[in-house]
Design a protein around this ligand. Structure first.
Ligand code: ZN
Ligand code: ZN
Length: 75
């Protein structure tokens, strides 16, 4: 298994967002199967204050993907 663990020792479970397909840290989102970004767009929950480095958010591990649904919604 590829569990990612922070150097601090805090466990971070990586799971895949159902909507955009990006991996994210489960504990950063209130939704079981949606990353903070998608749960914000779709349901209005608090988003992560993303800090991108090398294409990944340092906080939630979101990769910047947006789902087809959210793209259509914004355009
Ligand atoms: Zn997502
Ligand atoms: Zn983030």
């Amino acid at each position: 298994m590829g569990d990612i663990k922070e150097k601090s020792g805090e466990e971070q479970s990586l799971i895949v967002c159902d909507e955009c397909g990006s991996e994210y840290y489960q504990n950063t989102s209130i939704m079981m199967k949606l990353c903070p970004e998608c749960s914000n767009i779709l349901y209005g929950y608090d988003n992560c204050n993303h800090e991108f480095e090398k294409g990944r958010c340092l906080k939630c591990f979101w990769n910047g993907n947006t789902s087809q649904y959210t793209i259509n919604k914004e355009n």
